[in-house]
Each structure stands twice: as C-alpha cells, then as structure tokens.
Design a protein around this ligand. Structure first.
Ligand code: NAD
Length: 476
C-alpha cells in the first residue's frame, strides 16, 4: 500500500478501502492505493496551513534556490520517472520521456520567480501620491490531476504554487498515483520544509473533501468535462479560486493542398500517440474537398501497421489503455459508430484478446458531427474521418463541438491557415503541427467546455492564479 505525505511523514492511512494499481501492459497488480477520506484531507490541510506561516515569509531567493535544486534532482531521476510512468500508465518509454521533459520545463519556468513575481509601481499618481502593486501568495492550494500524465500534470500545479509562497495538497489520480509519489519524494530530498507539499491518495471522496475545506483557497483541477464542471461549481461556491480543465474533441482539418507525406505521420501521432489518451489528441480528421483521395489509403495502411505492445519494448508505437473497462468502453464506441452509419476502415479490436489492456489503432470513416461518435470524447486510439466541401464547412464542424481544447490544420496556404486561426473556436490552435501544446511559459488555454475558470495553468496565467495582488496608496 502506498503512503500519504502529511507534513514530514509518509503515513499509511488507516482506511478500509484501497484500489489496485496495475501494469496495463500485463494486467498485473503492482500495488495498492489507499482511498483516503475527509479525515486524511483535513490532516494534510492542517500540515499545509502550519507550513504556510513560515513558507509564505521565506525569502524569495531561498524558495528559488530550493526550486533549482529540485530541477537538478528531477534531471538526475529523469529515467527513473519515465520508467515509473510507463510501468503504471502504459505509454511508450519515448512518450514517457517526452512527458517528463515537458513537466520539468514548468520547474524551469518556476525558477524565473524573481522576475515573474514582481509587482508594479507608479509615482505621483496624483500630487505627492504613489501607488505600488505587490503580489502575495493565496494560501493553501490543492491540485487534482487526471490519470493520463502522472508526472507532467502534477508539475503543472505545485511548482508554480510553492515558488510563489503557497503551500500545497496534491491528490494524485488513483489510477496512476506512482508518478506524483516519486515527485514528492524528490521534493523532500531537495530540502523543502515539511508541510510545503503534502500528498493525499484517494478518489472522489478525497476530492470532494478538498473542494469544501474552509482552509483551502485555490483548486487546480485537470480531468474529464463533467467532473471539471462539478469541481468548478462546488469549489467556487465555497469561496475558492478555481481553474478546472476538462475533456476534448479535437479536430484536424486537412486541406487539399496538404502534403500527405507530412500529414499522414502527423495524424497517426495525433490520434494514436499515448494510445489516444491525451486531451490534445486529434479525434476527428476532416478531409476538405479532394483531400480524402490522397490521404485515406496511406493513412489506413500506416495505421494498420503501427506496432502495438508493452511501452517498455523497443519499436512499440502504441501502448495499452489504462484499464480493461476503459478499453472495453472505447471498443464499444467502434460498435456505436458503425451502428450510427460510420464505415470501419481499420479495426484494432483484434488486440483485445492479448494479455494486458490493448486496443489497436482504429479508423471510422464518414463520421458526422450529428453522430455521438463524432461529438463525444472517446479517449482511446479511435480516429474518425469526416468530410467537408470547403474550409468554411470544416471550421463549422469543429465549432459545433461543445468542447474547444485544440484544433489543427494542415495546408500550404497562408490564407487558409490564417482564416482557420481567426475563426476556429479552440484555445490551442495548430498550423501544420499534430499537437498544439503550449510550452510552460504560455498558458494551456482550452476554451468552451474544455475549461472552467479564467486563469489557465502555467505561463504567466499560472503566476496570476497562485498570487493575489495588493495595491498600496502612499502619501508622506
Ligand atoms: P477524471 O475526471 O475521471 O479524474 C480526474 C480527477 O478527478 C482524478 O483525480 C479523480 O480522482 C477525480 N474524480 C473522478 N471522478 C470524480 C467525481 N465524480 N467527483 C470528484 N472527483 C472525481 O479524469 P481521468 O479519466 O483521470 O482523465 C481523463 C480526462 O481528463 C479526459 O477527459 C481528458 O480529456 C481530460 N484531460 C484534460 C486535460 C486538459 O488539459 N484539458 C489534460 C489531461 C486530461
């Protein structure tokens, strides 16, 4: 059974419930995660609140020195972190390394706190009166990540919070809790004082206890759309600032002038990388005009040839899904799509019979946005192909989605790319890239039902989210 981190202590909580942690590539149980409740959450919040008293007054350069040490240790443990991700999430080692790198980049950004946390001043706003803006931490903050990036998404949350002087309670995903646990061990090793970061393992009971706890001031959440909405509503009702990132149904628009040599590998990466369990995964490829002619054959052929298998084996391109029930739900979408009138172009369900939670790349053609399969998030290696006569129609299809995380276009026309950028309602927009992921110094900026709140994670939005401003008006 893995432990919670409360203050300086790693504690096995005295709870009745626990859940198995799996290696999804084999189906083996590799550990147990405790299902903590309100009592454990309260202990963690108390430890964080006690630490806040001194941490919020610790000199900025001391906080930054510790963050630099954390960065150095994360680099030292880079391979260890990547293999932990692959072992309990399933993605390929190469994908895990990419995830760790993207996570560490937020720590790199947090090391810039001496610039990022500066305020502003204005002398003589009226005769003899000056005004100064200072940034203060907000207090005890909590982070609730999803299963699909067990290292990167926790790193979106607590480094920026703590470098700004806040203390933190992290509730990792109960399906992939080992990444956050290792991050916390390394955090302690870096020398941060006790209670600055606390970890409580559990599921919705622990989350709900965080959302209503009177001593928590900010909640950073990433997960599915319905839970994001619940978190946003409940935490806001309890007086907290909230950033809640939800699900996605991302469109890839392929113009007739796009080069299939570039587009085909990009679509494979976008749709099937991370086994499709990515909030920036391309879920619907919209072929505009005659684009389908040169695209579908090579795409189907290449998808059918992708190597499916355990993520730690060389040459594997598509790892397993997170759980058997999730794999079965994703496979159920294939039947549903066919029942709704889609045509099955590539069927990856042959992989289901092997050991582990596998499903191969699958492609459905002639999907429309009227079909549930063309509208709902699937979160697995299933790509839908839709058709549009014009760019205008393709943008219209993308904009019909209730979710607006990412959209990307492949074209050689600057005019088409510009029109797409201006009109598509997705907060992360790509032009000739498979995954439009903002780097740590830009915000991760989903729109519509993909995001509840106003300040996004990381970038200067992250600094704004984890600080409150005080304006001082002075006359001597
Ligand atoms: P999830 O919503 O099931 O779980 C996310 C977190 O919420 C977990 O820590 C879980 O313990 C908790 N939780 C789950 N159900 C709850 C409930 N009813 N009440 C309170 N808390 C609850 O999401 P997941 O399956 O772990 O992750 C996949 C989802 O996350 C996908 O929808 C994906 O698009 C989304 N996601 C979004 C982004 C983004 O940046 N927008 C990034 C990654 C993943």
């Amino acid at each position: 059974m893995i432990s919670n981190l409360i203050g300086s202590q790693w504690r096995s909580p005295d709870v009745e419930g626990s859940l198995p942690i799996y290696n999804p590539a084999t189906g083996e149980v590799i550990g147990q995660v405790p299902m903590s409740g309100a009592k454990e959450v309260d202990e963690a919040v108390k430890a964080a609140a006690a630490a806040y008293q001194s941490w919020s007054h610790t000199a900025l350069m001391e906080r930054v020195r510790l963050m630099f040490r954390y960065k150095a240790l994360l680099e030292e443990h880079f391979e260890d972190l990547a293999s932990i991700i692959t072992r309990h999430h399933g993605k390929t080692l190469e994908e895990s390394r990419g995830e760790v790198r993207r996570g560490i980049e937020v720590v790199d950004f947090a090391c810039g706190a001496p610039t990022l946390l500066q305020g502003r001043t204005m002398r003589d706003v009226s005769a003899g009166v000056d005004q100064d803006l200072y940034r203060y931490p907000v207090g005890v903050c909590a982070g609730i990540p999803p299963f699909n990036f067990p290292v990167m998404i926790p790193l979106w949350m607590f480094p920026l919070a703590v470098v700004a002087g806040n203390t933190f309670v992290l509730k990792p995903s109960e399906r992939t809790p080992l990444g956050a646990t290792r991050l916390a061990e390394i955090f302690v090793e870096a020398g941060f004082p006790e209670g600055v970061l606390n970890v409580v393992h559990g599921g919705s009971e622990a989350v709900n206890a965080l959302l209503v706890h009177p001593d928590i001031n900010a909640i950073s959440f990433v997960g599915s759309a319905l839970v994001a909405r619940h978190v946003y509503k409940t935490a806001a009702e309890h007086g907290k600032r909230v950033q809640a990132l939800g699900g996605a149904k991302n469109h890839i628009v392929v113009m007739p002038d796009a080069d299939p040599e570039i587009t085909v590998p990009a679509i494979l990466n976008s749709a099937f990388g991370n086994a499709g369990e990515r909030c920036l995964a391309g879920s619907v490829a919209v072929a505009v005009g005659r684009a389908a002619e040169g695209l579908l054959g090579p795409l189907a052929e290449a998808a059918a040839k992708m190597v499916v298998g355990p993520g730690d084996q060389p040459g594997v391109q598509v790892g397993p899904l997170i759980r058997a029930d999730h794999r079965d739900r994703v496979a159920g979408w294939v039947d549903k799509g066919v029942a709704e009138g889609a045509e099955l172009l590539v069927d990856g369900r042959g992989q289901i019979s092997r050991q582990g939670f596998f499903l191969g790349p699958t492609i459905l053609d002639n999907v429309t946005s009227d079909m549930a399969v063309g509208r709902e998030e699937i979160f697995g290696p299933v790509l839908s192909i839709a058709r549009a006569a014009t760019l205008d129609e393709a943008i219209g299809q993308a904009n019909r989605m209730a979710l607006g995380n990412m959209a990307t276009i492949f074209t050689q026309s600057g005019k088409a790319a510009r029109e797409f950028r201006e009109r598509v309602e997705a907060g992360m927009t790509g032009i000739n890239v498979p995954i439009a992921q903002p780097f740590a110094f830009f915000p991760f900026s989903g729109w519509k039902g993909s995001f509840y709140g106003d300040l996004h994670v990381h970038g200067t939005d992250g600094i704004e989210f984890f600080t409150r401003k005080k304006v001082v008006v002075t006359r001597w």
